[in-house]
Every structure is written in structure tokens, then in C-alpha cells.
Design a protein around this ligand. Structure first.
Ligand SMILES: C[S@@+](CC[C@H](N)C(=O)[O-])C[C@H]1O[C@@H](n2cnc3c(N)ncnc32)[C@H](O)[C@@H]1O
Length: 290
């Protein structure tokens, strides 16, 4: 293509939709911002998922859509005699994860959940924490997760819950409608968290569901302003907000989100608790399944 490549004009494979390459670039740009604004604040949700997963200490682990690596490191702590691999499709996320968490027993690699290149029947524990919603073909991603599990191994998938119970949910519509960018970064964001949906999809991938629960939790922020920053600048909408909205539109988004968040927040010890429902499914691969 002639001319200069713009921020929303990403490089992509011929067999990959251009929107997906855009999403990958958008995540790559916020590797540090996401790590700073979100990773620790969702660690208690992931911890609940890992408790339910209850992996054997000598299993090998695979953490898919690992982002900056905190979940991978938490999984590795539970696999002291195994090896843990974190994979993400955005290379800058993998660079960040390597900087923060590379040590003996933990590795990171670029890989796409929907076309996972890991060998079949290899990992006792497979996790995917708040990543499945971004997959263009979530069924294919779940089939790969089931494929790479070893017989008798277990999968833990966590997705966001129902939109009204997730504090930041209006931000997608607020930014995309003003950017006149109607191809949503994530059209299925709150679909898999509806009761029954994820459990059914995991079962369709050939696994036996052991747990399927909504976790009614909170995320903690020091102020509404910091929460607004996280919602806007800590995720894949940051580029659209910064590059496609004028100052008045940006101001509107901040004002409306501030109103929304202020209406939901509970104060505790000088901090704010914001509702963050997640759906966690844990499932097992049959020991006979080779
Ligand atoms: C909300 S972050 C979650 C990061 C981490 N799992 C956590 O719990 O903090 C979503 C991550 O999914 C990754 N992602 C989205 N689609 C993906 C795909 N098809 N394959 C691999 N990673 C993907 C993004 O690059 C991003 O790092």
C-alpha cells in the first residue's frame, strides 16, 4: 500500500480480518497502561479462578491471552514442579511480561488463542483470564484450549459478567459512537458472561464442566478520576479516544463516565469499590481422551 501507515491501519496476515489486527495493535499500545491500571486490580478475581482450578503442583501450565503476565505468574506459583507458559497475540504485551516475570519455570511467547500453535495434550492446567471476549472466533479458541490440555487436565476460563454489574461497561458505546467507528472492538464483550453461555460453549468443546459460577466482586480505585482513566486509557479503546475524538467529545465521554461511576461507587476506608462481576468456568478433559 502506498503512503504512510496510520495508527488505525495495521499490518495483518491475509487470513486474518483487518479488525483483528487493529485490536492486536490497540492492545499492544496499552501494554504498560493496562499493567499499571488493571492487572493488580483484577488479581483477586483470577485468584478465585485459580482456587477453583486447583491444579496439581507438578502439572505444566498454559496461560492464554496472558497480557503483562500477572496471571501467568500466579498460575506458576501453584505449579512449583511444572513449567508455565504465558501466550498473547500482542508482542508488546509479551515484552512487558518478560520484563516483569521471566524466571526459571516461566516463559512467554507470542501466540494467537484462535490458532494456538502449542502441541496437543501437553498442559495439565490451561487458563484464560478476561481474554476470550476479544476472540473473533471464541469457539475455535475453546477448541484449542481443550486440544492442548493433557488427559485429566483442567481448564479455567474467566470472562466479565453481565454489563449492568460491570462498572466500566458504558465506555465502549461512549467512545465508539463518537468516533463513528461502528465495528466494535469487542461486540461479544458481555455475552459470554450471561448465565449458562460460557459453560455450554466449554462443554461443546468436549470438556466436562466442574464449576460454573458468577463471582460478584469489586475493583478498588483511589478515586473516580483514576477509574475513569483506567476505563478510557488502560484498554484497547485508548487509541480511538486519543486519535479520533476531539476535545469536546473527549470531555463528554469523561463527564458521562464520571456520572455513571459516581452513581455505582461505594466508599470504604478512603477508597472506592466498583462492581465487577465475573463468570468463571472450570472444566476437565477426560483421562481417556488422548
Ligand atoms: C483484558 S487483557 C487480560 C490480560 C490477562 N489475562 C489478565 O488477566 O490480566 C486481554 C488480553 O487478551 C489478549 N488477546 C486478545 N485477543 C487475543 C487472541 N486472539 N489471542 C491471544 N491473546 C489475545 C490481549 O492482547 C490482552 O493482552
Amino acid at each position: 500500500m502506498a503512503g504512510e501507515r496510520g495508527v488505525d491501519d495495521p499490518v495483518h496476515d491475509d487470513d486474518e480480518p483487518v479488525e483483528k489486527a487493529g485490536l492486536r495493535n490497540a492492545w499492544g499500545r496499552v501494554n504498560v497502561a493496562y499493567d499499571d491500571m488493571w492487572a493488580e486490580r483484577t488479581a483477586h478475581l483470577t485468584g478465585r479462578g485459580l482456587d477453583l482450578l486447583a491444579p496439581e503442583p507438578d502439572w505444566d501450565g498454559l496461560d492464554i491471552a496472558c497480557g503483562p503476565g500477572l496471571t501467568t505468574a500466579a498460575l506458576a506459583e501453584r505449579l512449583p514442579s511444572g513449567r508455565t507458559l504465558g501466550v498473547d497475540f500482542a508482542e508488546p504485551m509479551i515484552e512487558r511480561a518478560r520484563e516483569r516475570f521471566s524466571k526459571p519455570g516461566i516463559e512467554f511467547a507470542v501466540d494467537d488463542a484462535e490458532r494456538l500453535s502449542q502441541p496437543t495434550g501437553t498442559f495439565g492446567a490451561v487458563t484464560c483470564s478476561i481474554g476470550l471476549m476479544y476472540c473473533y472466533d471464541a469457539r475455535s479458541a475453546l477448541q484449542h484450549m481443550a486440544r492442548v490440555l493433557s488427559p485429566g487436565g483442567r481448564l479455567m476460563v474467566m470472562v466479565w459478567g453481565r454489563a449492568p454489574k460491570v462498572w466500566w461497561s458504558p465506555v465502549i458505546e461512549l467512545i465508539e459512537s463518537r468516533a463513528e467507528y461502528f465495528a466494535s472492538v469487542c461486540p461479544m464483550m458481555f455475552f459470554y458472561g450471561l448465565p449458562g453461555v460460557l459453560g455450554r460453549m466449554v462443554a461443546e468443546a468436549g470438556l466436562t464442566v466442574a464449576n460454573d459460577e458468577a463471582v460478584d466482586e469489586f475493583m478498588v480505585f483511589p478515586s473516580v478520576e483514576k477509574a475513569v482513566d483506567a476505563a478510557i486509557l488502560g484498554g484497547p479503546l485508548a487509541g480511538l479516544y486519543t486519535n479520533r475524538l476531539g476535545p469536546e467529545q473527549q470531555h463528554d465521554v469523561r463527564r458521562l463516565l464520571t456520572e455513571h461511576i459516581s452513581g455505582l461507587a461505594h466508599a470504604r476506608d478512603g477508597e472506592l469499590l466498583l462492581p465487577a462481576e465475573a463468570r468463571i468456568v472450570v472444566a476437565e478433559k477426560s483421562a481417556l481422551d488422548g
